[in-house]
Design a protein around this ligand. Structure first.
Ligand SMILES: [Zn+2]
Length: 171
């Protein structure tokens, strides 16, 4: 194997432990910001930005590797910096995804507080009583059909129905 590339790979292995500390610091920084309750939309934007940054960082790393192969050895500190940057970005991405996963279950009929499963149409959690997030448009459309079928059994306002239908026929 090319000596310069071997040296580069050795550098990568040597620096893996140091990079872990940097990554956890970065995750802590994102965690503090996330505590300010980012909306799902903002989180999605940040995830996209983070992925783009990671892709760019990998591209730079690949260019470094090729430059080393082509005869322009990479400076170890420069390489270390790039690797730490990727570690930090990946830690950020993990934190953002964890935040998103904590928020999306509400849409999937899961209690945002205790995480227990909620049934379609539930407004409050059956376990802890927390209010559940409003349903999305798609699921509420299905819910309307289901509740319309269920109504005759439990509808309290029987008297209003004949009035409404008779008004419909009046010109
Ligand atoms: Zn609950």
């Amino acid at each position: 194997m090319n000596d310069k590339i071997q040296e580069m790979l050795d550098t990568i292995q040597r620096t893996a432990v140091q990079a872990g500390d940097v990554a956890s610091d970065a995750a802590y920084g994102v965690g503090k910001k996330a505590a300010q309750l980012l909306s799902t939309a903002k989180l999605n934007i940040r995830v996209c930005e983070c992925k783009a940054d990671i892709a760019a960082a990998f591209r730079e790393l690949g260019e470094m590797l090729y430059a080393t192969h082509a005869g322009s050895p990479t400076d170890s500190d420069d390489l270390l910096h790039k690797l730490e940057n990727i570690d930090a970005l990946k830690a950020q991405l993990n934190t953002l995804n964890a935040q998103l996963n904590r928020q999306t279950p509400a849409d999937a009929h899961t209690c945002p507080i205790c995480g227990s499963a909620a049934k379609e149409g539930d407004q409050f959690c059956r376990e802890c009583g927390s209010p559940l997030a409003p349903k999305t448009e798609e699921t509420s459309a299905e819910g309307q059909t289901a509740s319309a079928e269920a109504q005759p059994q439990s509808a309290p306002a029987d008297e209003e129905q004949p009035t409404a239908t008779s008004e419909d026929f009046v010109d």
